[in-house]
Design a protein around this ligand. Structure first.
Ligand code: IMP
Ligand code: ZN
Length: 388
């Protein structure tokens, strides 16, 4: 594990609210409880993932939470989305979003993630005076608030926001003799599958407007049992025409037609690919679309039967482009270092293979060649101090 923490890493599939610290979620829930807006004692159990196997049902702000006989280690996909509804009640105000963003960046940086693509669904909440734009501005505020590491999120300048230094030469520059960690952050705006075509288009327009602040692309996510491909297609096509990158949650449930449609769209990356059939694998491999692999998430949501049977093995052996990611490090109690550790122990990867896997992720990031070159240098200098 120590080695997995020390190796530089690239995180390309992390949902902001899914990466929240348990302690922060508890803090925010307690504050709402103190105001009488929720019943904290009920929510606390769910947050701490300590639901006993008794029937659990409660109601928060008109939202019914019926967890049934929830197995706390393995939350099925539908249970996970109920949990997200709860998390959103607790987190969706400007200051909380700013705080979560800051902490999530600090957490990834602390385990030597040197490039992070953070995705989040812009939310509108009239009662809080929140628009999709003000939500994203709160996220940007969080990036500016990071003080423990230097964050570079403005493309073209690449200046760490907390330093007036020039172009990042290495993701862990020496400054006055002290090594300060540096992390590149890029943002993806997510379209939730519950949204209409108009709402999806609004998110794309916002992403275009926010490009100068490091928004580089669009993600399609949300409950895969909800919505239809045709609803999001106009917005996704427009995003691509405008030069935004697109990544899709694809094959999280068995839906052959949708998987074909998504692969035919040729997104720059896809996430998951758990319910692929032979013909989907053939199409994926011939199009060479990189896959964001989220091992713990797939196991916890029961999307793959066992870790040994995970499609990572086949894709890795086929040298198909792939990248290890966390998905929701808070919700699934994992970290990117832990995902590398699981890959090593389950699939027998040695340190050299893991290093190469991590370094190779550079090729699939949604950033320009300058950033890629800086990252290659970072990995090359790290290789000298790591035992490989
Ligand atoms: P947010 O977009 O920052 O609020 O992060 C949480 C949201 O990400 C959830 O409400 C979902 O829409 C999406 N999400 C997180 N994990 C998954 C997943 O495993 N599959 C599909 N969507 C997900
Ligand atoms: Zn995801």
């Amino acid at each position: 594990m120590e080695w997995c923490v020390s190796v530089p890493k690239i995180e390309l599939h992390a949902h902001l609210n899914g990466s929240i610290r348990d302690s922060t979620l508890l803090d925010l829930a307690r504050a709402l409880g103190d105001k009488g807006l929720i019943d904290f004692s009920q929510v606390e159990h769910v947050i701490l993932k300590r639901l006993s196997p008794i029937y659990t049902h409660f109601c928060v702000l008109k939202l019914e939470f019926d967890y049934g006989y929830l197995n706390t280690d393995n939350r099925s996909l539908s249970e996970v989305f109920k949990l997200f509804d709860l998390i959103h009640i607790v987190t969706t105000d400007h200051s909380s979003i700013t705080r979560i963003t800051k902490e999530v960046v600090e957490d990834f940086a602390s385990e030597n993630v040197v490039y992070l693509e953070l995705r989040t669904t812009p939310k509108k909440n009239d009662s809080l005076g929140m628009s999709k734009r003000s939500y994203v501005e709160a996220v940007l505020e969080g990036l500016r608030a990071v003080s423990s590491v230097d964050v570079a999120f403005i493309p073209n300048s690449e200046e760490p926001v907390n330093l007036s230094s020039t172009l990042l030469s290495d993701a862990s520059d020496k400054c006055n003799g002290n090594t300060r960690k540096k992390i590149f952050v890029r943002l993806l705006l997510s379209i939730d599958r519950r949204e209409t075509t108009e709402a999806a288009m609004e998110t794309v327009m916002l992403a275009l407007e926010m490009r100068r602040f490091g928004v580089v692309g669009i993600d399609l996510s949300g409950n895969p049992a909800v919505g239809e491909w045709i609803t999001y297609l106009p917005a996704l096509m427009f995003a691509r025409q405008q030069g935004l990158y697109v990544t899709l949650h694809c094959g999280e449930v068995s839906n052959s037609k949708e998987i074909h449609n998504m692969l035919d769209f040729l997104p720059q990356r896809i996430g998951h690919a758990c319910f692929f059939e032979e013909e989907h694998w053939r199409k994926l491999k011939s199009s060479n679309i990189p896959v964001e692999i989220c091992l713990t998430s797939n196991i916890r949501t029961l999307s793959v039967p066992t870790i040994d049977a995970h499609h990572f093995v086949d894709l890795y052996n086929a040298k198909h482009p792939l990248v290890l990611c966390t998905d929701d490090s808070g919700v699934f109690s994992t970290s990117l270092s832990n995902e590398y550790k699981i890959a090593a122990s389950t699939f027998g990867l040695g340190q050299k293979e893991m290093f190469e896997l991590s370094k190779n992720s550079i090729e699939f990031i949604f950033a320009d060649d300058v950033v890629k070159e800086v990252l290659r240098k970072t990995f090359d200098s790290a290789a000298k101090s790591l035992t490989l």
